[in-house]
Design a binder for this molecule. Structure first.
Ligand code: ADP
Ligand code: NA
Length: 330
């Protein structure tokens, strides 16, 4: 009996992951490895779609892997690897690009957002086609589920469309993957602008909590988070986006129900609530940071984990690509 397969990736484009990445995606990665055949990758090919520095990229790739291990990804149970170590991703990406309409690719809203930031005419073709490479990342593993945040839903739709199109034209080859989006934490908000998502490119430093920040700094960011002029700690995302976001983070980190938290803070105002959440955050990030630094201390071990991961990944990707090439007439 084949266990359902899960695939997800994360870009090594920052020194640290943030709470949106962790609560929206990485936490699910960890949970899913119990009953899934899991493939998790650091997608360095995606990281070069924007301006970058090679030395920083190498360092951030290692830091990303160390953080995944610290978060609880177990490289014995899950296949943990770096995208560029597995050439079939890029090879299938080219094939899928030839099946994607230019207009279809132009409708990806994340490209519009990201390219608008750097000036649209400075955006690379790689940034434009990155959802196609992402489709290849997923399809090459025949993944059933893809744990992501809400911002990736449109890319998953494209992935399914491309899989269906290939199957229709060339014969059934790919599984159609489902997005796995945990509603409660699908969009962690910016602490200073709670109507926007917390994002490494879009958030101000005060609006984003990096997992590797000094815990005291993170606690302060929670205490200074934007709320509203009321004083009731209730979950009302429409009218009280800031408080709702803090409740979401509190609940996710402690496993306590939001209704229980509402009861606990009834009539106590925002001050106590934020102070307690700041403590919860410190308790989470302090050991996380220590573990990450521990993994970073042993680069030989990290490299060995990644070499083993790439080998396991290629055992899947090589036969898939062979089948694809065969169907294409190569
Ligand atoms: P960013 O959006 O900060 O550039 P990435 O694109 O590298 O981060 O996202 C990595 C993963 O984290 C993706 O699955 C994405 O959906 C998820 N994610 C990113 N930001 C958030 C957020 N604010 N809330 C929930 N999930 C998020
Ligand atoms: Na994103």
């Amino acid at each position: 009996q084949r266990r359902p397969r899960v695939l997800s990736g994360i870009q090594p484009t920052a020194d640290s992951f943030h709470f949106g990445n962790y609560l929206g995606a990485l936490r699910q990665w960890v949970a899913l490895q119990d009953d899934h055949d899991a493939f998790y990758c650091v997608v360095d090919l995606h990281a070069i779609t924007v301006e970058y520095d090679p030395k920083a990229l190498r360092d951030r790739t290692r830091r990303s892997v160390a953080q995944l291990l610290a978060a609880g990804i177990d490289p014995e149970r899950s296949t943990l690897f770096v995208q560029s170590h597995v050439p079939e991703h890029a090879q299938l990406g080219w094939v899928l690009g030839c099946l994607t309409g230019f207009g279809e690719a132009s409708r990806m809203t994340q490209f519009k957002d990201k390219s608008a930031k750097g000036g649209a005419d400075r955006a690379t073709v790689g940034l434009f086609t990155y959802p196609i490479l992402q489709a290849a990342d997923i399809l090459i593993y025949q993944a059933d589920r893809v744990p992501v945040g809400e911002d990736q839903r449109q890319h998953l739709e494209l992935t399914r469309d491309l899989a269906g199109r290939f199957n229709h034209r060339f014969g059934k080859t790919f599984r159609l993957p489902e997005p796995y989006i945990v509603k409660e934490t699908a969009k962690i908000a910016d602490l200073q602008d709670p109507t926007a998502k917390m994002s490494k490119s879009g958030s101000s430093p005060a609006g984003i909590i990096d997992l590797l920040d000094d815990p005291k700094v993170s606690a302060k960011k929670i205490r200074s988070a934007v709320t509203d002029s009321g004083r009731e700690v209730v979950f009302d995302p429409e009218n009280k986006a800031g408080v709702a976001n803090l409740l979401t983070i509190y609940s996710a980190l402690t496993g306590r129900k939001i209704s229980e938290l509402e009861d606990e803070y009834a009539g106590r105002g925002y001050g106590d609530f934020k102070k307690d959440l700041a403590e919860v955050v410190i308790e989470f990030v302090t050991p996380f940071r220590e573990k990450t630094l521990g993994y970073l201390d042993d680069t030989a071990q990290l490299d060995a984990i990644l070499a083993a991961g790439a080998e396991r990944a290629r055992a899947v990707t090589e036969p898939t690509l062979q089948r694809v090439y065969d169907r294409l007439g190569f």
